[in-house]
Ligand binder design. Structure first.
Ligand code: COA
Length: 260
């Protein structure tokens, strides 16, 4: 499929999705959001892809937000729809059933930070900057930022970031647990690929069920989340892969996972 705003490479079970509007610092316009949603819906059923890496074109910006030009004509109703549509796009990423790694290569502002928050693993280059500057436009984060940012960095820091619009740098994002690793820009994609290769070498049923169980922490109270975890653990015990994984350990050999 041809995309106007995305570059897609799919190789060795790993997809790299590059948002490609570098002259606009990869700001997400309507087409980019539609294309992201379409791609992430399609990748759910692509058996040849295990892990997706998402990044921005160029060396300056991951995504500098939603396209501000599109915000100028919104009223109450169309604004609410605009927000719901963006939330759906990012939900399609979070819920695509496969691990998504954000490789953050520069500005991750507004919708860019919200996109980062919808990914499962986040690594950043040293020049990355993260912020929710919507308040500078007299609006609020509308693509999940008010909900996901407090869950990831804690309510106090999230409130500070959302109310001041002040950005944080990559090291602070690391200290806060917003990203799990900071690397030089030249090593960013290689680092993301290494993580993706490790994940891809595992039994993919266990990877999917781990994602579902982790996702429960975002959605459900602890008692329900623990029940979800136990159900998914039981489902793993019913797979051939788990029999093979445990047997291979005891026999001191590499497991041969069949994803069944
Ligand atoms: N929406 C639309 N266009 C954007 C954009 C956005 N979110 N962010 C950047 N751009 C465009 C600029 O308008 C400019 O386009 P032009 O060359 O046609 O004038 C181009 O990208 C380069 O941006 P510029 O502002 O010149 O780069 P800079 O290095 O001086 O500043 C930023 C970089 C990220 C600090 C600045 O672009 C910025 O503040 N962007 C908006 C961030 C934001 O508020 N995001 C949340 C939106 S809800």
């Amino acid at each position: 499929m041809e995309y106007q705003t995305l570059l897609i490479s799919e190789e060795n079970r790993i997809a790299i999705v590059t948002i490609n509007r570098p002259d606009k610092l990869n700001a997400l316009n309507k087409i980019a959001k539609e294309e992201l949603k379409n791609y992430f819906i399609s990748v759910t059923t692509k058996n040849e892809i295990d892990v997706i890496i998402i990044t921005g074109a160029g060396e300056k910006s991951f995504v500098a937000g939603t396209d501000i030009v599109e915000l100028t004509s919104l009223d109450r109703n169309s604004g609410e729809e605009y927000s719901k549509n963006g939330q759906n796009v990012f939900n399609s990423i979070e819920l695509c059933g496969k691990p998504v790694i954000a490789a953050i290569n520069g500005y991750a502002l507004g919708g860019g930070l919200e996109l980062v928050l919808a990914c499962h693993i986040r690594i950043a280059s040293e020049n990355a900057k993260f912020g929710q500057p919507e308040v500078n436009l007299a609006t609020i984060p509308g693509y999940g930022g008010t909900q996901r940012l407090p869950r990831v960095v804690g309510i106090s820091k999230a409130t500070e970031m959302i109310l001041t619009g002040n950005p944080i740098d990559a090291q602070e994002a690391f200290r806060l647990g917003l990203v799990s690793k900071v690397v030089p820009q030249s090593e960013l994609i290689l680092s993301a690929k290494k993580l993706a290769e490790i994940i891809s070498s595992k039994g993919q049923i266990a990877i999917k069920k781990s994602l579902s169980a982790i996702h429960a922490t975002m959605q459900e109270p602890l008692v329900i989340g623990l029940r979800t975890e136990a159900t998914l653990f039981g489902e793993c015990c019913a797979t051939e892969d788990m029999k093979e994984g445990t047997k291979a350990f005891i026999e001191k050999r590499k497991p041969d996972f069949k994803n069944s």
